[in-house]
Design a protein around this ligand. Structure first.
Ligand code: ARG
Length: 462
């Protein structure tokens, strides 16, 4: 092999990241080989000793990774043989790198999914905390980015908590399919050694919720399947899309034209030329990094397209997109948790530096946008008008208010009565933002009473 081909085909400089999973898998495999009488107890003891030392060397950064040895698996095995001789050479009995690498990636990803789930829960908790402080803060709710109806800022934040709750569900579902054992499939067809695959699955914690071992049931599929990586990246993409939607809103809300929020200086940057600038770099980057993760999904799904059974070297290309997806999502969740919820200061447990809300600006924007027009129409319906007629009458009233450049509640009763005789003094309660909010008390609606119910539910859930 030329140097170029060696560099082109080797994966050690990125897959060394799987070393821990690789050793964990080898320990489980060796234990089973010894238990089944395929290798001797002394060989098993030597393998355990050697792998422990290798763990330590890698931990201490003393392990010498060699490009010539292609990947993490061959690097570790070569060092093991160096350390314990023939026992090291026996470790690979009944195993192939094809089932080994599939096992390693699954073990690694399973742990990372658990980390991601915890980060998602942390972030949701922060969002619920911020929501709880802002139940009575009224902002315009939008459709088509046009002011639609007044909503509570808490309600808006809790919409994201719902999105992240679905992400969490998805990651847990994917985890169950990640957590299955390919090992024992060997190169593609299974092996002639009497392996106990279920024993290895149990050792590695690859069990279902009832404790039954989860073992891939077809050796060809087991070594070639990367569906789990595609599924995970798909769930991660959707999660990033949710973060990207939030990012877009943060960017808008921070602009002078909205002025709804401020982010702590730690998450913004200035401009090298315009001294007044405070740019929302973090949400912008998160929006940008969403493209990167969605790109990885396209990369992985295209990688699998038209691959014949069983293992092909194409699959070596699964790692970098997967690693980068995990890193990007984890960093993004951590940074968003801090940016929105604030950072815990020292040992006090008190958070500071989270999102700052300008309640006045939000309320003023809702008033400017005639956000209570639907409430006025509903009011007329209660007075006996068919909804379509009420809709038309309110459209006229909005036009009058626009012409005079005032809010709906600034019109006097005489003007309102001229449009429809049934309008009485009690209309002004309906035209207020707070009245509108309180009225929307269906399950899942924006009324503060409903939001409190939702916050209680979420607190128990999280
Ligand atoms: N480095 C390889 C990968 O990541 C390991 C499996 C290699 N198997 C083989 N038959 N060449 O996919």
């Amino acid at each position: 092999m030329s140097e170029l081909v060696k560099r082109y085909t080797s994966s050690v400089f990125f897959d060394k990241r799987l070393w821990h999973a690789d050793i964990e898998g080898s320990l489980a495999h060796a234990e089973m080989l010894a238990h089944c009488g395929i290798i001797s107890k002394t060989d098993h003891a030597d393998i355990v000793k050697g792998l422990r030392q290798i763990s330590e060397e890698i931990h201490k950064n003393q392990f010498e990774w060699q490009l010539d040895l292609e990947d993490v698996h061959l690097n570790i095995e070569a060092r093991l043989t160096q350390l314990v001789g023939d026992a090291g050479k026996r470790l690979h009995t009944g195993r192939s790198r094809n089932d080994q690498v599939a096992t390693d990636v699954r073990l690694w990803l399973r742990d990372e999914i658990d980390n991601i789930c915890q980060l998602l829960i942390d972030f949701q908790q922060s969002l619920v905390e911020v929501a709880e402080e802002n139940i009575e803060v009224i902002m315009p709710g939008f459709t088509h980015l046009q002011v639609a109806q007044p909503i509570s800022f808490a309600h808006h934040l809790l919409a994201y908590v719902e999105m992240f709750a679905r992400d969490l569900e998805r990651f847990k579902e994917v985890r169950a399919r990640v957590n299955r054992l390919p090992l024992g499939s060997a190169a593609l067809a299974g092996t002639s050694y009497p392996l106990d695959r279920e024993r290895v699955a149990r050792t590695l914690g690859m069990v279902d919720k009832d404790g039954n071992p989860c073992v891939c049931q077809n050796s060809l599929d087991a070594v070639s399947d990367r569906d789990f990586a595609i599924e995970f990246t798909s769930a991660a993409s959707l999660c990033m899309v949710h973060i990207s939607r939030m990012s877009e809103e943060l960017v808008l809300w921070m602009s002078q034209n909205y002025g709804f929020i401020k982010l702590s200086d730690r998450f913004t940057t200035g401009s090298s030329i315009m001294p007044q600038k405070k740019n929302p770099d973090v949400p912008e980057l998160a929006r940008g990094k969403t493209g990167r993760v969605v790109g990885h999904l396209m990369g992985l799904i295209t990688l699998m397209k038209a691959q014949p059974l069983a293992y092909n070297k194409d699959n070596q290309e699964d790692k970098e997109p997967l690693f980068d997806t995990v890193d990007t999502l984890k960093d993004t969740l951590r940074i968003f948790d801090e940016m929105i919820g604030g950072e815990v200061e020292g040992k006090t447990g008190v958070k500071s530096g989270g999102i700052k809300v300008n309640a006045q600006a939000m309320e003023a924007a809702a008033l400017r946008g005639y956000a209570t027009a639907t409430d006025l129409a509903d009011y007329l319906v209660r007075k006996g008008l068919p909804f379509r007629d009420a809709h038309e009458a309110v459209a006229k009233i909005v036009r009058i208010a626009q012409d005079k450049n005032v809010g709906l509640s600034d019109l006097d009763l005489k003007e309102l009565k001229a449009i429809h005789g049934s309008i009485e003094q009690d209309v002004f309660e309906v035209l207020s933002l707070r009245g509108s909010l309180n009225a929307r008390s269906t399950l899942g609606g924006t009324a503060p009473a409903q939001i409190r119910i939702q916050i209680d539910r979420l607190k128990k859930l999280l």
